[in-house]
Design a protein around this ligand. Structure first.
Ligand SMILES: [Zn+2]
Ligand SMILES: [Zn+2]
Ligand SMILES: [Zn+2]
Length: 161
């Protein structure tokens, strides 16, 4: 089933761009304020970058100079509570956030370079076989997972000139 979704990744991204946040927040019982909208726009524009609260704040204040760090912090927490963003921990001393794609039924994986700290997205689930085995052997229904792989990225593997 996941394989069908992968084919639509290009299209899913386009749909993410045009996502109706107002409708989405209304469904979750929240109002779309200018500040919430601004934070959502930044997360959407920087998808794949896994921004920290401070980084979101730095971007948001350019379009929304009256916003404070505390508001950004609360907004991101709200988004996490209503499950439109995912909180990530890449062991770099801060929490990082990304919008949850409505095309994803399971969380995508992250590759973390231990040399330069770069984080690479793995769009494919690739765990179907493992999930099936765990579900069978442990009588456990898997609903999601967060997988981090540590290693060396292709740029860091190249010998330096
Ligand atoms: Zn999965
Ligand atoms: Zn690297
Ligand atoms: Zn990610």
């Amino acid at each position: 089933m996941k394989k069908e979704i992968i084919l639509f990744i290009g299209g899913a991204y386009m749909r993410m761009k045009g996502i109706d946040f107002k409708e989405l927040l209304k469904q979750k019982g929240c109002k779309l304020t200018t500040q919430r909208r601004a934070v959502l726009d930044i997360l959407n524009e920087h998808s794949g970058e896994h921004l920290s609260t401070e980084e979101i704040y730095e971007y948001v204040r350019k379009t929304c100079p009256e916003i404070g760090l505390a508001t950004v912090y609360r907004t991101v927490q709200l988004f996490e509570e209503i499950k439109i963003v995912d909180k990530l921990n890449f062991d770099d001393g801060c929490s990082r956030y990304e919008l949850i794609s409505n095309e994803e039924d399971h969380h995508h994986h992250h590759l973390i370079c231990e040399n330069c700290g770069k984080v690479i997205e793995v769009e494919e689930d690739l765990l179907d076989g493992l999930e099936e085995q765990i579900e069978k052997n442990y009588i456990f229904k898997i609903t999601n997972h967060k997988v981090k792989f540590y290693g060396i990225c292709s740029r860091c593997m190249k010998p330096s000139e």
